[in-house]
Ligand binder design. Structure first.
Ligand code: NAD
Ligand code: LMR
Length: 328
């Protein structure tokens, strides 16, 4: 039996938490042979703590063979103690008519506090995924608040956008989602993101050639993927939860267990690739192996793509400027 891995989840009693924890405990994220200890953080208010106790009772009632332990707490120093994986979900979601960046100052402080706590007590190899919005800039804040941890440990969730793009493409091209490779969503988890299928293939066949409809790309595909979160809020009255939890599981599973040479999208601190300034938390195509991610290099950036990439970068730089005062 493997040694259990400690998985911290913040906002554990929220919507996404409820879709996420049971799948982690059943082995869907880290493998069916990997025991886990769940370390769950919620706000100190009695209502949040009571809801967390209820979730823990349900976890207990599942009798998951891989669930080797559970901690419920309102203290980030307890939740992140020796954490191998940290899913930073807890934050305010947007409602109808809001943009994700409207949450910036409301949620920014959470990620300063949690970045510092991760810095103090988490495993030095902790893999951090920020889900709480605006996810890229929150991940940047957490990374900057944790100077003793490697920057590469901090990532933001673009996987939901990647998965949304996969489904839209599969439907348009009449191919199976599972056959699509080499898709990427560049930039920010916001409507400025750039879902890019110029390199995508299905069973080796170019999807750009198969679809052959540039107007669909620009007028339907890019806006549909970019505004999908808002469309779900409009329809449900609540932001996406099960699909967000699913994307978080995909992101960590691929990071830990590898992608077998396939591309996925992760929001990661830039190393300067593709002209993105160092440390900007940017959606890139990556391949994961041996617990590390590596940016896919050498892709041609045409004029339209450069325009789109610059636009999403400008937004991230604006968000970064908006939180600079919090980072000292
Ligand atoms: P929710 O309101 O249902 O749950 C959030 C939970 O976090 C609540 O239980 C709340 O008590 C808790 N919380 C708030 N501040 C906390 C803190 N400082 N420490 C610990 N817990 C805290 O919201 P949700 O639907 O689960 O969404 C959570 C976040 O994820 C939102 O910001 C939402 O916009 C974001 N989100 C991101 C993506 C993405 O693709 N990146 C997708 C969906 C949702
Ligand atoms: C999403 O993309 O569904 C989430 O980021 C929630 C939101 O506010 O759009």
């Amino acid at each position: 039996m493997k040694t259990p891995l400690r998985v911290a989840v913040t906002g554990a009693a929220g919507q996404i938490g409820y879709s996420l924890l049971f799948r982690i405990a059943s082995g869907e994220m880290l493998g069916k042979d990997q025991p886990v200890i769940l370390q769950m953080l919620e706000l100190p208010m009695e209502k949040a703590q009571a809801a967390l106790r209820g979730v823990m009772m349900e976890l207990e009632d599942c009798a998951f063979p891989l669930l080797a332990g559970m901690v419920g707490t309102d203290d980030p120093m307890v939740a992140f103690k020796d954490a191998d994986v940290a899913l930073l979900v807890g934050a305010m979601p947007r409602g109808p008519g809001m943009e994700r960046k409207d949450l910036l100052l409301k949620n920014a402080e959470i990620f300063t506090v949690q970045g510092k706590a991760l810095n103090a007590v988490a495993s030095r190899d902790v893999k951090v995924l920020v889900v709480g919005n605006p996810a890229n800039t929150n991940a940047y804040i957490a990374m900057k608040s944790a100077p003793d941890l490697p920057k590469k440990n901090f990532t933001a969730m673009l996987r939901l956008d990647h998965n949304r793009a996969l489904s839209q493409l599969a439907a348009k091209a009449g191919v199976a989602v599972a056959d699509i490779e080499k898709l990427v969503v560049w930039g920010n988890h916001s409507p400025t993101m750039y879902p890019d299928y110029r390199f995508a293939t299905a069973k080796g066949e170019s999807l750009k050639a198969k679809i052959g409809d540039e107007a669909w790309n620009r007028e339907v595909f890019i806006p549909t993927v970019g505004k999908r979160g808002a469309a779900i809020i409009e329809a449900r009255g609540l932001s996406s939860a099960a699909s967000a939890a699913n994307a978080a599981i995909d992101h960590i599973r691929d990071w830990v267990l590898g992608t077998d040479g396939k591309w996925v999208t992760m929001g990661i601190p830039s190393d300067g690739s593709y002209g993105i300034p160092q440390d900007v938390m940017f959606g890139y195509p990556v391949i994961c192996r041996d617990g590390e991610y590596e940016i896919v290099q050498g892709l041609e950036i045409d004029e339209f793509s450069r325009e789109r990439i610059n636009k999403t970068l400008a937004e991230l730089e604006e968000e970064r400027a908006g939180v600079a005062h919090l980072l000292g």
